[in-house]
Write a protein that binds this ligand. Structure first.
Ligand code: UT7
Length: 311
């Protein structure tokens, strides 16, 4: 089983930080409700930035740290559902803005909050088929463009941002499983030409789905690898609600500290949440060669995916 090597990572955030009190001034909500129900304190919101510019900046940050010949990047895959364009893809704009070689496979993946892990699955597969050494993966979201700022049940939850990773092939351990359960009733957003494109969500239904599949996905990854949580160094779950993470975390007694959380500063950045988290861990020097990490994504689709990999 061939795995991946993370060559480098990067992230990009808009300049504007929006606090819970800021939201309390435009909709009937307050810091106490948002903090206790979600764990979110602040999130970033685009002003002059875009989904594309965030993707470009995060990808550039990863490339700048990689010390590689960028003509060796054979694919750029962007996970997003909030681009300014239905087409061209964000990936093509990243190729243009960063001057990547034209001999490249560039496309977007539309898979909401699971998107980055689907990009990882496809990127890893491409590594085995192309004659170049690296794949550039990006999760970029301008969720604020999909939010109805009169709907307090959704507008407080999401944030804008992007994360990126350059991966190469390795012989390290890698197990991934993905699932889909088609459902347009609990979490959806109209597409181009369908009028105002605001996200709508039945929060309680999505919460129940999330806690169930998150535990299942972690268990499946461990089972596939023949490991227990004792063998794992970090578990990076999609950051949708701190209570969702805590619900699963408390079922792994003695290993609670392995569950990463940064939702307090970002809110739910959908496809960007996992690469932003990995970049933060990398930057803090917490991820080292040989360590084992589980990542779990879940969201609209409904879809979910878990991956267990060795660094
Ligand atoms: O990334 C995609 C996946 N998304 C998720 O995983 C999200 C999953 N769902 C959740 O995280 C939670 O269900 C929410 C955070 C969305 C909501 O939390 P909850 O504890 O399930 O609250 P609720 O929807 O049951 O609402 C409780 C009360 C309601 O008032 P009443 O009917 O009890 O009077 C809501 O109207 O809270 C009210 N409420 C708010 N109050 C103040 C809803 N939103 C707000 C708000 N501020 N922003």
């Amino acid at each position: 089983m061939k795995g991946i090597q993370i060559i480098s990572t990067g992230r990009a955030l808009p300049k504007q930080v929006v606090t819970n009190d800021d939201l309390g001034r435009i909709v009937d909500t307050n810091d106490e409700w948002i903090t206790t129900r979600t764990g979110i304190k602040t999130r970033y919101k685009c002003e002059d930035e875009t989904c594309i510019s965030l993707a470009v900046s995060a990808a550039k940050a990863a490339i700048d740290k990689a010390h590689i010949d960028k003509s060796e990047i054979g694919a750029v895959i962007v996970a997003t559902t909030s681009s300014e364009y239905a087409f061209p893809s964000v990936a093509c704009m990243v190729q243009k803005e960063l001057g990547l070689d034209e001999e490249i496979t560039a496309f977007d993946i539309s898979s909401a909050c699971t998107g980055f892990l689907h990009a990882l699955a496809v990127g890893r597969a491409l590594l085995g088929t192309m004659n170049k050494r690296y794949v550039l993966l990006v999760g970029s979201e301008r969720m604020s463009s999909l939010l109805d700022y009169t709907d307090r049940s959704t507008c407080v939850l999401f944030g804008d941002g992007a994360g990126a990773a350059i991966i190469g092939a390795s012989d390290n351990i890698y197990y991934q499983k993905s699932w889909a359960r088609g459902n347009d009733e609990v979490l959806s957003c109209p597409g181009a030409g369908q009028g105002p494109s605001f996200l709508s969500m039945k929060g309680n239904d999505v919460f129940r789905f999330a806690v169930t599949v998150l535990k299942q996905a972690v268990d499946e990854a461990l089972k596939e690898a023949g490991m227990t949580m004792d063998d794992i160094d970090y578990c990076v779950c999609h950051q949708a609600n701190i209570r969702i993470i805590q619900h699963v975390q408390k079922q792994f007694v003695g290993n609670e500290h392995k569950f990463f959380a940064n939702i307090d500063r970002y809110g739910n950045t959908s496809a960007a949440s996992i690469p932003i988290a990995i970049d933060e861990l990398m930057e803090a020097g917490k991820l080292k060669s040989g360590m084992k990490v589980i990542c779990v994504g879940f969201g609209a689709g409904l879809t979910w995916s878990s991956v267990l990999f060795e660094l």
